[in-house]
Write a protein that binds this ligand. Sequence first.
Ligand code: ATP
Length: 347
Amino acid sequence: MARVTLDRVRKIYPNGFEAVKPCSFTIPDGEFLVLVGPSGCGKSTLLRMIAGLEHITEGTLGIGERVVNTLDPADRDIAMVFQNYALYPHMTVRKNIGYGLKNRRVSASDIAAKVEDAARMLNLTDYLDRKPSQLSGGQRQRVAMGRAIVRDPALFLFDEPLSNLDAKLRNQMRIEIKALQRRLGVTSIYVTHDQVEAMTMADRIVVLNGGRIEQIGTPSEIYHRPASTFVASFMGAPPMNLIRAQIDAEGLHLGDRTPLAAAPDHYRGAVTLGIRPEDVRIGRGSATFDVTLVEELGAHRLLHGQVAGQAFTAHVLKDTEVSTGALPIELPQAALTLFDHQTGVRL
Ligand code: ATP
């Protein structure tokens, strides 16, 4: 088990590109931390530096009590699970799972016992003598997990491990990996661009944007108190509505002077107003929602259209009466998040 500490860890590639700006955070022992962000935000680079697969340009990386900046991957006491599983095609499941132990002076009988244990945990007992080509995608992913588990590492690193699976299997494996991590209590860092995976699996989330940390927090903090419009629009599907608004002495209003709420006392001027689609109240209120499309999703519906000429979405439960056309809506004050309209930072 181990705590992981990053102190101003930075990556500049040889071509001069700064892929990770100085990043500092600590992952307590046993935490499941998710690094999330759009393509190119630097999450794989950060994970690869922790794994020892990429040189750290500046800063200090600690795993447990040790500074590991210059240690080889094999000496860092980590196990990594990749998106392509990296299984050996000519070896059985049994051999694949046990492979990493062979060079570690573990006796054959101990290897056999550890492999059997991991297989039981992962429901792979019936498949131990098969080759990877005879397995489903989910089973291959479990073999990759098994290989990580038997090494009994201080730290698990996951690099988009579910991205090659179909949506249904991804949901199932997400729950399995999380449950397994809880059971083993091993500190874990998990990279994904999928905000649903981040929300559902993480104890804490690090949102990266352009090589920089936008926010670190629990899923609930990230969702309900996004630090910026970037986080607000990246997390949540559909994302938070972001519309231009004004605050003056009379209160908070939209461009057409639709009054929305009392003015917060600490701010005057233009703002970006954020509200989650599920927080919009339909059928009463002072604002008008021009609904152009109703999307039927079974348990709920999404209404798409415009408020004060700006794109807007509301989420309603299936029993709510709705139609296209002008609908009165209320944006409850407690559900509003205000952002600086220029920098996008939460006010
Ligand atoms: P994805 O989800 O697409 O894998 P990512 O967030 O994991 O993206 P990284 O792979 O960490 O992003 O890359 C971060 C940035 O660094 C990207 O702009 C990428 O083009 C750049 N980059 C990656 N490897 C190198 C390299 N060897 N030399 C120069 N730039 C690189």
